[in-house]
Design a protein around this ligand. Structure first.
Ligand code: KG4
Ligand code: ZN
Length: 362
């Protein structure tokens, strides 16, 4: 007699590390039943950056309505949830604590296991969500991983999901932060990344070559630096301080075509740095069979093209997230949470689980 198929496992994910309040329901670690994201961009736009106290308060107001919507979209009740996964590091501490406190309360009330998940590791998992049937069952590990977001720019070697090993990271600005600052220099709406991407598609990188900064020496130097590139864009846009009259505060006066060319040149240099480091990482780790990519900047059109080309050349299977899973979301936390829980027989973290502002480093 054949054994009946086991029912799917449903994990509720919660995300509150920065300026997105999100909840998701994910089935068996890969199939996204609901992915609800309440962005706070409008609350922070006038400050041109995330204000931690405003973010925490907005998470506290929005988290439960977002959870209710995710459950409704997934067509499940709280009682049908098998476990709760919550982003517990890294991020703004007050913001993280809202999600962690809510997740603990839910787990306690439902008597279901809870797991704290590293937000950066979860970005690496995002490309495995809703993957086509032919790829979803293939084992992606060992893999190289790239996280490119507003707070992180890092390369990983992922042999197992519990302890991804960080091979290199930015020594100053994250690439998304550089995109946002270029957007601010050019007087574009916050966050600047998507608009810089759009303008760059209309411009030419030929007019101006910006430096590609790769700090450190030797084939195993895999760190990044983007602050020099950002300053180079500033000087190109508004002039070098001390030369001539005082420069204008931003470059909103420039013609659209000049802005587009600056965006294209900046994007060319930023993407080039990432691709060169990944090529080095692939040479150092020929055992990697997959390239996992995640974080807000993985939505970038040029980066997606160049990563596709690189993966083909290196013989790596590329797992680029679908657009809704590039930016901060809770589905990636639920997906990775499922994986980590399954590996330990769905044993719960203790309810002393807390939030930590820094990432876990292997
Ligand atoms: O992963 P994410 O939502 O939040 C963090 O964990 O930081 O990433 C947000 C970042 C912002 O800096 C935003 O400008 C950038 O991702 N971003 C982009 C694009 N879409 C979002 N950067 C470049 N091109 C894009 N298309
Ligand atoms: Zn993120």
């Amino acid at each position: 007699m054949s054994t009946p198929p086991s029912p799917p496992t449903l994990v509720l994910g919660l995300e509150s590390s920065c300026d997105e309040t999100a909840a998701a329901v994910v089935e068996d670690g890969v199939r996204v039943r609901a992915n609800v994201i309440a962005s706070q961009h409008d609350l922070h736009a006038e400050y041109r950056g995330v204000v931690p106290e405003i973010a925490s308060r907005a998470h506290a107001e929005r988290l439960l309505p977002v959870v209710r919507r995710a459950l409704a979209e997934a067509g499940v009740s709280l009682a049908e949830i098998d476990a709760v996964a919550v982003g517990c590091r890294p991020g703004l501490i007050g913001a993280l604590l809202v999600g962690v406190a809510a997740a603990k309360a839910l787990a306690l009330a439902l008597d279901k296991p809870i797991i704290g998940v590293d937000h950066v590791h979860a970005h690496l998992y995002a490309g495995l969500l809703d993957a086509p049937p032919d790829t979803s069952t293939a084992t992606p590990l060992p893999a190289l991983g790239l996280v490119v977001s507003g707070g992180h720019t890092s390369i990983y070697l992922v042999r197992d999901w519990r302890t991804p090993q960080r091979l290199g990271a930015t020594i100053d600005d994250a690439v998304g932060e550089a995109y946002d600052k270029v957007g601010a220099i050019l007087g574009l709406p916050f966050p600047g990344g998507p608009m810089v991407d759009r303008l760059a598609q209309r411009g030419s990188p030929k007019g101006r070559t910006f430096p590609v900064s790769l700090p450190g020496d030797g084939p195993d130097a895999l760190d990044f630096s983007f602050s020099g590139l950002k300053t180079a864009v500033l000087y190109a846009a508004v002039g070098v301080p001390g030369r001539g009259q005082s420069p204008p505060p931003d470059a909103s006066h420039l013609a659209e075509s000049a802005k587009a060319d600056l965006c294209a040149s900046f994007q060319h240099a930023a993407v080039d740095a990432i691709v060169r480091r990944l090529r080095q990482a692939a040479a150092l780790h020929p055992e990697a069979r997959t390239l996992l990519v995640g974080g807000g900047v993985s939505a970038n059109s040029r980066l997606r093209q160049e990563l596709t080309r690189l993966a083909q050349a290196q013989g790596l299977a590329l797992r680029l997230p679908a657009m809704p899973y590039c930016l901060d979301n809770a589905a990636m936390l639920a997906g990775l949470g499922h994986h980590l829980l399954a590996a330990r027989g769905f044993a719960s973290d203790p309810l002393t689980l807390t939030a930590t502002p820094t990432t876990a480093l292997a």
